[in-house]
Design a protein around this ligand. Structure first.
Ligand SMILES: Cc1cc2nc3c(=O)[nH]c(=O)nc-3n(C[C@H](O)[C@H](O)[C@H](O)COP(=O)(O)O)c2cc1C
Length: 160
């Protein structure tokens, strides 16, 4: 089993300068955010970094311990990944909302984004409303010198 996530980058597919300094990072539990993030990366010719759980856990875990971790802003047990974050100026971070907050994988990423970078947040959720998360994580990134330039809310059922 592969336990190191690889950064997907295809230099041949890129137009000169297009999306070269952008990295799309996502976590997805049921596949919606993955679909969205992959499309976004393709659109921008950006690199993409999937975050995956070390052990795929069931729904019971997700709705109990997983949600608790999201609410308490705890990190997730993710597969290792190799990525030079300093290579990028812009990050698009796509996360599902769990119990009103981004899934715990978000908290693994916040400290890794280089100061001076720009971040665009995309949250997918059943309700399509994550205003609280947007504000909270905009402030958390600001503490690290990272600017959140936009927060987009997307209803899961619109992702097809
Ligand atoms: C454990 C869990 C908790 C969730 N909590 C919420 C929530 O609080 N509010 C909401 O609108 N949607 C909630 N959802 C729905 C997901 O945010 C939504 O379906 C999301 O798009 C799933 O993304 P994914 O398919 O990439 O995992 C929850 C889903 C799961 C699995």
């Amino acid at each position: 089993m592969l336990d190191v996530e690889s950064l997907i980058t295809d230099n041949n597919k890129k137009y000169p300068g297009d999306g070269m300094d952008t990295l799309v990072i996502y976590f997805s539990y049921t596949g919606k955010t993955k679909l969205l993030a992959e499309r976004k990366a393709q659109e921008l010719y950006a690199d993409i970094l999937p975050l995956t759980l070390k052990k795929r856990k069931g729904a019971l875990w997700a709705y109990t311990a997983g949600c608790f971790a999201a609410m308490k802003r705890k990190t997730a047990e993710l597969n290792d990944f190799v990525c030079d974050f300093s290579k990028y100026k812009k990050f698009i971070i796509a996360m599902p909302i769990w119990a009103g907050m981004p899934a715990p994988a978000m908290n693994n990423i916040v400290p890794l984004i280089t100061a001076g970078s720009e971040v665009e947040l995309i949250f997918t959720s059943g309700s399509g409303d994550s205003k609280k998360s947007g504000k909270r994580y905009t402030n958390l990134f600001a503490v690290n010198g990272v600017t959140v330039t936009g927060v987009t809310d997307i209803k899961a059922k619109t992702i097809k």
